[in-house]
Design a protein around this ligand. Structure first.
Ligand SMILES: NC(=O)C1=CN([C@@H]2O[C@H](COP(=O)(O)OP(=O)(O)OC[C@H]3O[C@@H](n4cnc5c(N)ncnc54)[C@H](O)[C@@H]3O)[C@@H](O)[C@H]2O)C=CC1
Ligand SMILES: O=C([O-])CC(=O)C(=O)O
Length: 344
């Protein structure tokens, strides 16, 4: 009898967790027993994805569910998160998945979280620039970051929502206002530029992209995306035509295709840093003193505190120096726009 009662309770608890109607009540449906440990027993990090039902959010949720460093995965969105949660939760990997729907559940979605990944907001339609998304996404990012400041102020934040060049400064201002700003813990995700650069350069060189490392600096929009082809590993030289082709293709890759793989790769690097692994280096758009601008993307070393060391630019060739000046002009405006959005 007792064994039956226990089993019934367990079933009731799991059904409650997955029943979409429970998402609407504003209450957190939490499996307490699984609070700290994954079902597989491995201790790991608690990760939240905000915007988890979207084009980036869904595959990202899947990729984080198979990441062995994740023990609890919170999926938050303003629509459709119950279905996405049910779907992802059936995967036979260690992380426990919980879904959260709507503003009333934002606080529960964020409480105790180590890493918050934010792909929430509207994406570009053909013909739009990333800056065209500012009007809608600025407000979304502000609200979500206010939630982070309240519920998990010491979490690492990976900001994906565009325009990254402005949404990172927005997040920084929200965190400053709340008195919790730690520049090391706020990272704009530019990994996709590096992933594309590695792939396109490998195509030109005729090598495996996994052997290629292209630093991409500046920001994450058009001319602010500056691949440093002079610093490619393995050391390679490119003709003027190849340089022009590669730079343009990397800068405009977002009009071809967008992918969650890069977001998952960067989130994984942050978790490896949090765990204390040495030598984790990725490009990211961060609070920076590498140039006169307050934010800039370069390689950063990720550690327990977030972006623990920001790499310098290294030697640039003439083509890259001209590109850098162009990038800085546009970047300065986008950063200021983000700051003004909160300050004015
Ligand atoms: N940094 C990068 O490398 C990349 C950035 N992006 C950006 O990521 C964002 C999302 O792109 P997609 O997933 O393709 O768009 P999508 O429209 O497919 O998904 C966005 C999701 O955000 C949700 N959302 C909207 N308002 C929200 C709020 N207040 N709170 C929580 N969730 C909310 C929507 O319900 C939707 O599920 C866009 O701004 C896009 O430009 C996309 C790809 C790469
Ligand atoms: O280009 C876009 O709209 C999405 C994005 O940031 C990218 O794919 O790099």
């Amino acid at each position: 009898m007792e064994a039956h009662a226990g089993a019934n309770q367990r079933i009731a608890r799991i059904s409650a967790h997955l029943n979409p109607s429970n998402f609407k009540e504003g209450g957190d449906v939490v499996l307490k027993r699984e609070e700290c440990r994954a079902k597989g027993g491995a201790p790991g990090f608690k990760v939240a994805i905000l915007g988890a039902a979207g084009g980036i959010g869904q595959p990202l949720a899947l990729l984080m569910k198979i990441n062995p460093l994740v023990s609890v995965l919170h999926l938050y969105d303003v629509v459709n998160s119950p279905g996405v949660t049910a779907d992802v939760s059936h995967m036979d990997t260690g992380a426990v998945v919980r879904g959260f729907l709507g503003q009333a559940q934002l606080e529960s979605a964020l409480t105790g979280v180590d890493l918050v990944v934010i792909p929430a907001g509207v994406p570009r339609k053909p013909g739009m620039t990333r800056d065209d998304l500012f009007k809608i996404n600025a407000g979304i990012v502000r609200t979500l970051c206010e939630g982070v400041a309240k519920s998990c102020p010491s979490a690492i934040v990976n900001l994906i929502s565009n325009p990254v060049n402005s949404t990172v400064p927005i997040a920084a201002e929200v965190f400053k206002k709340a008195g919790i700003y730690d520049p090391k813990r706020l990272l704009g995700v530019t990994t996709l530029d590096v992933v594309r650069a590695n792939t396109f350069v490998a195509e030109v060189l005729g090598v495996d992209p996994r052997e290629v490392d292209v630093p991409v600096v500046g920001g994450h929009a058009g001319v602010t995306i500056l691949p440093l082809l002079s610093q490619v590993k393995p050391p390679s030289s490119f003709s003027a035509e190849e340089t022009e082709y590669l730079t343009n293709r990397i800068q405009n890759g977002g009009t071809e295709v967008v992918e969650a793989y890069a977001a998952a790769k960067f989130a994984n690097a942050c978790l490896r840093g949090l765990k204390g692994e040495a030598g984790v280096v990725e490009c990211a758009f961060v609070d920076s003193q590498v140039t006169e601008l307050p934010f800039f993307a370069t390689k950063v070393r990720l550690g327990r505190g977030g972006a623990e060391e920001i790499h310098q630019l290294g030697p640039l060739n003439e083509y890259e120096r001209i590109g850098l000046e162009k990038a800085k002009r546009e970047l300065a405006e986008s950063i200021q726009k983000g700051i003004d959005f909160i300050k004015k």
